[in-house]
Design a protein around this ligand. Structure first.
Ligand code: SF4
Length: 507
């Protein structure tokens, strides 16, 4: 790739100084393992439990599926104005962040609760749910709108899931591969308008279910993750935060779900495209415990009336499911639509990753990141470095009843009241609506003065890259943690001093 903005090179911004070293990192999907030095439980911030940063309390507001109403957006803007630093920051998980608040100020909890943005105090940090932002608007093979909200409701109703790490990520991908590429821990990836596969830590499990059943399947997968991580490390403070940290997570979670759902006899949902399923829905406690795990806490919770997920017996090349049926691993024949030959799950299937065989043909994960005119009357915009002013928030709230925050720090206005003037209003508000704008290629962490760990004013330097026209994706960080770095190919600039950086290519 070309070098992004060639920091420090002649003709580029003088504000981004010397590059002192270059490294190339090949990213991998699975098998990361747990950091041997970990001695604490995950502590991602929320609203009830904000993080105390160098510039005051930092509160993260979860938006499952990135969706927020105009009314709630106005409430957030007002809060940022009176209790924060006057800005609202978009995060790499499609959430909002407020900074610079007084940790003893009760107004953030009171006002966000009143705006409907705190439906659960116990589960607020685990409501991390992505959904393809353009689903139902343009592209994709399924409409996943509504699935994130359904999962969120059921998530908050399961007490056991309040103990998920704040980093655990759910996702519903409409088949274009956009949010599946964000490395969610559990993801339902559509392969048709009503059917999709469960991915765990980016790897296909060979388990498929209808879209209506996908929230329950993802939640059961999350419960299984909790059991596995407790098996893996006795010390609660040393347990995995992400599924990718557990060995063979896709295999083990998939096997546990087969035991949990596959032995459950349930009525098949009816509707176009759905296979006829077995009848007589009952949950059989004696057969629904997760094999090899603690039985008392692993009873089947597959929803009554749900169709058990089907498992491809040899999904080395998971494709759109064909017509042939076969029997495998104790599941009823009618629960399967197999794609290949052979016995139980293959090694190749189990080590696959998103973006290869699991992604349906024609998928386009870059299409969700576009700003400007998006189709079906929708428009997209981006704030520079993901930072929205109160005035910009109020403009957005005037344009439509709802807005979607994407994991790429952009905004989708799905149904503006007046599509013809919406783009002009966004442009006038200094939001980026030109798909070629350099701001879409530059991101940065909080840096100085917001983060005590930062060695440089990275946001000032990142803005200079925008001004000088960065020619490739670049993320500027104040230290080696590289908070908020994108998952795709990009260059990391990591500060080594107030005006010096190392650069690292990520592919
Ligand atoms: S990357 Fe380092 S400096 Fe930047 S926000 Fe994270 S911890 Fe702070």
């Amino acid at each position: 790739m070309s070098h992004p903005a060639a920091p420090g090179s002649p003709g580029r911004s003088a504000a981004v100084p010397t590059v002192t070293g270059v490294r190339t990192t090949e990213r991998s999907v699975g098998g990361a393992g747990i950091d041997a030095t970990r001695t604490r439980a995950d502590a991602c911030p929320g609203v009830v439990s904000p993080h105390l940063a160098a510039d005051g309390a930092l509160a993260r507001v979860r938006l499952p599926g990135g969706a927020i109403s105009a009314t709630a957006l106005r409430a957030v803007a007002a809060l940022a104005e009176v209790a924060g630093d006057g800005a609202v920051h978009l995060t790499s998980r499609g959430n909002l962040q407020l900074r610079g608040m007084d940790p003893d100020d009760p107004r953030p909890v009171q006002r966000l609760d009143a705006a409907g943005l705190l439906p659960s105090r116990t589960h607020e940090r685990v409501r991390n749910v992505l959904a393809s932002p353009l689903s139902g608007i343009t592209g994709g093979v399924a409409d996943v709108r509504g699935l994130a909200a359904a999962l969120d409701r059921d998530l908050c109703a399961r007490p056991s899931l309040a103990s998920l790490p704040g980093r655990f990520l759910f996702a519903f991908d409409d088949g274009r591969g956009d949010v599946a590429a964000e490395r969610p821990d559990v993801c339902w990836l559509a392969v048709s308008d009503d059917d999709g596969e469960l991915l765990v830590a980016g790897a296909p499990t060979g388990l498929w279910c209808f879209s209506a059943d996908s929230p329950s399947l993802l939640l059961d997968a999350a419960e299984t993750f909790l059991l596995l991580r407790a098996e893996h490390a006795e010390d609660p403070d040393a347990r995995a935060w992400r599924a990718v940290e557990l060995p063979d997570a896709a295999i083990r979670i998939g096997d546990a779900l087969v035991a949990r759902w596959g032995t459950t006899r349930a009525a098949a949902p009816t509707g176009p495209g759905r296979a006829a399923g077995p009848s007589a829905p009952t949950l059989d406690d004696s057969s629904s415990r997760v094999e090899g795990l603690d039985g008392g806490s692993s009873r089947a919770t597959g929803p009554r009336g749900a169709t058990p997920p089907r498992r491809t017996p040899a999904a080395a090349e998971p494709r759109r499911l064909g017509e042939s049926s076969c029997r495998a691993e104790g599941l009823d024949e009618s629960s399967f639509r197999a794609t290949g030959s052979g016995g139980a799950a293959s090694t190749a299937r189990r080590t696959g990753s998103v973006g290869s065989s699991s992604r349906p043909e024609g998928s386009d994960r870059s299409s969700s990141r576009v700003v400007g005119v998006l189709g079906s009357g929708a428009v997209g915009a981006a704030p520079v470095l993901g930072e929205l002013s109160v005035a910009q928030l109020r403009v957005l709230a005037e344009l439509a009843p709802d807005v979607i925050v994407t994991p790429w720090r952009t905004l989708v206005v799905p149904a503006p009241h007046d599509p013809g003037t919406a783009l002009d209003r966004l442009r006038e508000a200094d939001l980026v609506v030109d798909p070629q704008h350099a701001a879409l290629r530059v991101s940065a962490c909080a840096g100085t003065p917001g983060c005590a760990k930062s060695l440089a004013d990275v946001r000032a330097h990142a803005r200079s890259l925008v001004t000088s026209g960065a020619d490739g994706p670049v993320h500027v960080s104040g230290c080696a943690r590289r908070c908020g770095a994108p998952h795709g190919t990009h260059t990391d600039l990591v500060a080594t001093g107030p005006r010096t950086y190392t650069t690292e290519e990520h592919r």
